[in-house]
Design a protein around this ligand. Structure first.
Ligand code: FE2
Length: 246
């Protein structure tokens, strides 16, 4: 059973309202970057929102504290930010990537890390994003971390990201059927993915909205997206307020 250290994020600058407007403005800017990435590649439209949605469902199923759920959702929404630094022809390539192209695109977690460096209030989010392509067995990138060297949030994000990638159309293949994608998650338990998190994902997916309904709902709100999934909050069309997120 995964235990949560609830103190991890409580000392975070995320909770300091002093620079709230500046932080909100910064967050809107980086979210605009992720939207720009999705606009460059129509196949990835809505990907970051769906990843945040799936990650939230898993985190809640696991009983993760609310402040950490919010940080994880934010990481989901920003996780592909670094693709802004990837060449368009590689990002949108319709065929298999060459080794060189893979090395190029694999830099995107580090690029996001660099872009977010000045935003001390996003320090924890930045850590999660840096690790979203790590693998449970240590064969991922960029640092080759394994097991509990990876945060729970990074391990959840890896499962949510892969599931959405598999169930979405790509320039080089049609989407996999849900059952096929789930069988791949099961098959890669203990290697690519944390087995416990895959089990939670499989249990939580029964409560997922259907893909069409989800996409339709997510299109309604394009700002303040971190709020979209919070059933206690109405959809907003204004900037997310970090103090409220806390
Ligand atoms: Fe990624």
């Amino acid at each position: 059973m995964i235990a949560f250290n609830t103190t991890t994020f409580e000392s975070s600058a995320f909770y300091c309202p002093a620079n709230r407007q500046v932080e909100d403005g910064y967050l809107q800017s980086v979210m605009a970057f992720t939207e720009a990435v999705e606009a460059k590649d129509p196949y990835t439209r809505g990907h970051c929102d769906r990843v945040a949605y799936y990650a939230e469902k898993v985190a809640r199923e696991m009983g993760m504290p609310e402040n950490r759920v919010k940080l994880l959702m934010l990481a989901g929404q920003l996780h592909d930010l670094g693709k802004i630094g990837v060449d368009d022809e590689v990002l949108c390539k319709a065929g298999r990537l060459t080794d060189e192209e893979f090395v190029h695109i694999a830099r995107h977690p580090v690029i996001a890390w660099q872009i977010l460096e000045p935003a001390t209030f996003l320090a924890e989010v930045r850590e999660i994003i840096l690790a979203h392509h790590e693998r449970f067995d240590g064969t991922g990138y960029p640092r080759g971390l394994s097991g509990d060297k990876l945060s729970v949030e990074a391990r959840i994000l890896a499962v949510a990201d892969s599931y959405d990638a598999m169930t979405s159309n790509r320039p080089y293949r049609r989407h996999l059927r849900e059952e096929h994608a789930l069988s791949i998650l099961r098959e890669k338990k203990g290697r690519q993915f944390d087995p416990e998190i895959v089990d939670v994902f499989l249990a939580a997916r029964k409560g997922f909205e259907g893909r069409e309904e989800l996409d339709e709902r997510l299109q309604i709100t394009s700002r303040g997206r971190v709020w979209v999934y919070d059933e206690t909050q109405p959809p907003r069309d204004t900037a997310p307020c970090l103090a409220e997120v806390a």
